[in-house]
Design a protein around this ligand. Structure first.
Ligand code: GLV
Length: 327
């Protein structure tokens, strides 16, 4: 739909260069007012008259929004799209696109960053040193976990999971993975990764890194029975979606010393962080920044803008997550 000729696209939050220029070539760009709440009714009002919405992962794009007359495409500036009701979009013939691939290395790097930081107590050590508590070397000060040669369990061996396995080779780690979809034999050999079931991965890993999308099947995939089965020295790393891990069960397990620590970039109710995690020195907390490098966020912005521009021009966007809408 358009008013006075040019199709309109609603951009929920500013994106990085070169995204805005790519969008402006294809459409009249409407910015969502920064002070307006991100509820469905408000988004729906703002989307009236727009053929497209460029959304981000905090935007709830469900049927109320998807039923906007004339809406053709929602371009999510993220690889995950659990903020969008895909079934409703497909039923309404609204194309949904994401930004796969460009953030794999940045995210795998950050999963490893959290793993290392939690293993070697980097956040705690930094706070300790800044607070002026370093009064001399001590043989038992800030003892952590060995990473080199340890066992890493990767839950979800998609592009990012494989990136983590690749990095683990450099640390001579034994890599186990759990995924309903096995890797081809050559990829397993190349990565030195062994497929196991979830129970075995949980029981044998010193580090567990989660790389699955949030779906009905993966909601609370890691909860009390899994924490009970972990090694007491285990460290859990989550850079996927918060709700894949049962946060309340994680807090209980950490309190009960069922595992040694965690490195978390994502939370069940973002931007809220479970209040009991905040004072825990053995937990490294980050504000959902795994893909936050200059290059990656700029490539995500460009990719999302290209997806939208293609849809606005009547084409089939390259990263369509519901291809049944446009064959
Ligand atoms: C970030 O979490 C993404 O899904 O891109």
């Amino acid at each position: 739909m358009s008013t006075g000729g040019r199709p309109r696209v609603l951009v929920m939050h500013p994106i990085l260069d070169p995204g805005p220029a790519i969008l402006a070539e294809a459409a009249e760009v409407m910015a969502y007012p920064a002070d307006r709440p991100l509820d469905e009714a408000s988004i729906r009002r703002a989307a009236e008259g727009c053929v497209g919405i460029v959304s981000q992962l905090m935007d709830p794009i469900r049927d109320t929004v998807l039923s906007t007359p004339g809406l053709r495409c929602v371009s999510n500036v993220a690889v995950g799209f659990d903020n969008i009701d895909i079934a409703a979009a497909t039923a309404r013939k609204v194309m949904v696109t994401n930004t796969p691939g460009v953030l794999d290395d940045a995210t795998a790097d950050f999963a490893f960053t959290l793993l290392m930081a939690a293993a070697r107590r980097v956040a705690e050590a930094d706070a300790f040193t800044r607070a002026g508590h370093f009064h001399g070397w001590a043989i038992d000060m800030m003892l952590g976990q060995d990473v080199f040669g340890a066992t890493l369990g990767i839950i979800g061996i998609g592009r990012i999971g494989r990136g983590v396995a690749h990095r683990a080779k450099g640390f001579n780690m034994r890599v186990l993975y759990y995924d309903p979809q096995p890797l081809p034999r050559e990829a397993e050999e190349q990565l030195g990764a062994t497929r196991v079931d979830l129970n075995r991965l949980i029981a044998e890993s010193d580090f567990i890194s989660v790389h699955v999308p949030l779906t009905q099947e993966t909601l609370h995939l890691i909860t009390t029975p899994q924490f009970n089965a972990m090694k007491r020295n285990a460290i859990l790393v989550n850079t996927s979606r918060g709700a894949v891990v049962d946060e309340a069960a994680l807090v209980e397990a950490l309190n009960a010393k069922k595992l040694a620590g965690a490195g978390l970039d994502v939370y069940e109710r973002e931007p809220a962080v479970h209040p009991h995690l905040i004072p825990m020195p053995n937990v490294v907390l980050a504000p959902h920044i795994a893909s936050a490098t200059v290059r990656t966020r700029s490539e995500m912005s460009a990719m999302a803008a290209r997806n939208m521009a293609t849809a606005v021009r009547g084409g089939r966007p390259p990263n369509l997550v519901n291809p049944e809408v446009k064959r």
